[in-house]
Ligand binder design. Structure first.
Ligand code: GNR
Ligand code: NI
Length: 172
């Protein structure tokens, strides 16, 4: 397995529209294994392939608590079939927007369809953090970041701080 570099905003590659996977094969499973290792190391609770520079519609996630052991989840070619009218607020972060957090309002529940690690089609109803994280990751596949849900002013402030931090890093 391998830890992959995570792309950070404002890198424009994060704006890519990721493309559907044609075949769930060992190469794709290797990518998902590496994404999970990268996510666990970061650490984060979800990761979209585009965050490691791969423009495929692939998401990995693990929302387990440490005590229960790992519970890796894989979502290939995910679709949102339905979202609830009731909304939920969550203080979101993103590995591609390091050290910035903001409340984002999204549908509280959703029904989704995807292919799993074996390439089997699955449908599932989600709520709570799972629904929030899934929608955050779905956004990545469409080139959208959580900061796009904030006011333009808040977004610009965060992007400016990210650029400044990256400049400091480059000269350190
Ligand atoms: O690690 C992450 N935490 C998180 C918290 C609230 C809502 C969404 C997330 S996803 C994020 C990892 C990430 O950037 N995934 O794309
Ligand atoms: Ni993210």
């Amino acid at each position: 397995m391998a830890i992959l570099p995570i792309i950070e905003a404002p890198d424009q590659s994060l704006r890519t529209l990721s493309q559907p996977v044609e075949k769930v094969d060992d190469d794709l499973r290797r990518l998902m294994d590496n994404m999970l290792e990268t996510m666990y190391t970061a650490p984060g609770i979800g990761l979209a392939a585009i965050q490691v520079g791969v423009p495929k519609r692939v998401i990995v996630m693990d929302l387990s608590h440490d005590e229960d052991g790992p519970a890796p989840r894989h979502f290939i070619n995910p679709e949102i079939l339905w979202t609830s009218e009731d909304l939920a607020n969550y203080n979101e972060g993103c590995l591609s927007v390091p050290e910035h957090y903001a409340d984002v309002e999204r549908p509280a529940q959703c029904r989704v369809r995807y292919l799993d690690y074996e390439g089997e089609i699955r449908e599932e109803e989600m709520d709570g953090l799972l629904a929030t994280c899934f929608q955050h990751e779905m956004d990545h596949l469409n080139g959208i970041l959580f900061i796009d849900h904030l006011s333009s002013l808040k977004r610009q402030i965060i992007l400016k701080k990210l650029r400044k931090a990256q400049k400091a890093e480059a000269t350190a």
